[in-house]
Design a protein around this ligand. Structure first.
Ligand SMILES: [Zn+2]
Length: 304
């Protein structure tokens, strides 16, 4: 089993991940934008956890346990797909901050199915040379943190989390997935709609039924407006709950200056990256300030 140096691997991982996520986003868009077809053919990305591995998390700045995820593209009919699909690649998702990242399966000496295996044992079983592979990277982090790195090294490290969250933003933009509260609002709205249909469908008539029908109807309208609100703000909410906390957690040890953040965002925007368009330096500055006041657990995690 061949191994490569961590810096070479990291660069390759980032590039491969961007390419594959762009591809995924494109396919998702194709899937949803063919409304006139009687049978919708296409591909659907399927993710399946296949075990646990140990690796270095650049958001947590530590060795962590990760879920190893198989990414497959499955053919489907009527949006129903079967099996795991054709292999597209692999991802790892940090068990602590739940940030996904592209990886190569060959990187690991083994994959553990033991959910309770302590980290040191997991490292030994899945990536025994992790410390050596990450030595250069950890040394760079220390130098940047201590203000002893070159400007180029510092900029590269500060840029990294923005590249990491970019595919997450691309995917969110493509699917406009609802937040957890948005999904709850949709469920309540549907329940009220069913309730309204049941009440209206009941036999007989009477004041009582009309009053109940009117109350359920008003509740449905309110839930519809609430749902629309969640739908319209889903990207903003995603940025605040999923993206900003990860950027802050990853960059806090390096104390980025507001001008540095603004410069990075400008650079990303010029490169046509979603993160450059969707993230605002004022919002990021506020997120860093809030984080400094209330250091706590990592970002809310999206279901994998
Ligand atoms: Zn992490």
């Amino acid at each position: 089993m061949g191994f490569r140096s961590s810096s070479e691997g990291a660069e390759e991982d980032t590039c491969a991940r961007l390419a594959s996520e762009r591809d995924i986003a494109r396919r998702v868009r194709i899937t949803f934008r063919e409304p006139a077809m009687f049978i919708v053919w296409g591909t659907k990305i399927k993710r399946r956890r296949i075990g646990r591995v140990a690796d270095f998390c650049s958001v947590c700045h530590a060795f962590r346990a990760f879920h190893l995820v198989r990414v497959g593209a499955a053919g489907h009919v009527y949006h129903l797909s079967f099996g795991s699909g054709q292999l597209v690649g692999h991802e790892i998702v940090c068990e602590s901050c739940e940030t996904p990242a592209e990886t190569r399966f060959e990187r690991f000496a083994g994959v553990s199915s033991d959910q309770a295996l302590p980290l040191d044992v997991l490292i030994r079983e899945t990536q025994p040379d992790l410390a050596e592979r990450c030595a250069e990277r950890r040394e760079l982090e220390m130098r940047v943190g201590a203000g002893q790195a070159s400007e180029a090294e510092r900029r590269e490290l500060l840029m990294e989390p923005f590249m990491l969250v970019n595919p997450m933003l691309e995917q969110q933009q493509a699917t406009n997935a609802l937040s957890r509260n948005g999904r709850r609002a949709a469920a309540v709205m549907l329940l009220l709609l069913v309730g309204l249909m049941v009440v209206m469908g009941l036999p007989g008539s009477g004041e009582g039924r009309e009053q109940v029908g009117a109350a359920v109807g008003i509740a449905f309208m309110i839930s519809f407006v609430v749902f629309l609100g969640f739908w319209a703000t889903s990207m903003r909410s995603f940025v605040r709950t999923e993206v900003e906390p990860r950027i802050v957690r990853a960059l806090d040890p390096f104390k980025p200056e507001p001008e540095e953040l603004a410069g990075i965002l400008e650079h990303l925007k010029a490169g046509g990256l979603v993160s450059g368009r969707r993230l605002k330096s004022e919002r990021l500055r506020a997120a860093f300030a809030t984080h400094a006041l209330t250091p706590g657990p990592g970002p809310d995690a999206r279901a994998a």
